[in-house]
Design a protein around this ligand. Sequence first.
Ligand code: PRP
Ligand code: URA
Length: 209
Amino acid sequence: MANVVIIDHPLVQHKLSIMRAKDTSTKSFRQLLREISHLLCYEATRDIKLTTKTIETPLTSMEAPIIEGKKLVFAPILRAGMGLLEGMLDLVPSARVAHIGLYRDPETLQPVEYYFKAPEDLNERVVILLDPMLATANSAIAAVDKLKQRGANDIRFVCLLAAPEGIAKFTATHPDVKVYTAARDSHLNDHGYIVPGLGDAGDRMYGTK
Ligand code: PRP
Ligand code: URA
């Protein structure tokens, strides 16, 4: 799994276990997702390039490190990706946002696109795709296809849970996109749900079931 980073930090794993439990409330689920996204953001931006800028401290001038290039772009896949976005913006408040509207047809498990709005200069920015769930990978693959069509050439993908089937398909289709996930679960069930998983992320975030 050369292109997959499993973020096994104890805080991430502890929070994830609470999120998986079926009795965890909608309010707690949302709060935990926001907290975990801080930790995932920290890992997924670890190798962002730095440059330096001359600043004056109260004592002297120095060459101080700052992030190189244009602002990052966070690209949540609606709906559930919005749960990761809030925490990412807590850490990188000046980032730009690309909204990708996709839902998974429950029969075919194929993604259906309904919205896309992104900054025009994606080719000049690091893009971080956000979706808590990598199941069949059909949604994430379609999202990356779309971002690449619009010029993005430096993309990474942050999720919370990934199925082995989804990881294999995604990394084979987009080998240039590194995947950051908190866990690699056992398998997909007959309905394309991750097992043991956490259920439907969007429904658990928004209390729609
Ligand atoms: C969920 C999830 C991913 C997708 C993952 O979204 O948030 O986008 O399924 O499945 P895949 O890897 O098999 O494509 P869903 O379609 O349920 O939409 P929602 O976020 O609006 O609930
Ligand atoms: N989407 C979800 O929200 N959960 C899964 O387990 C699979 C796809």
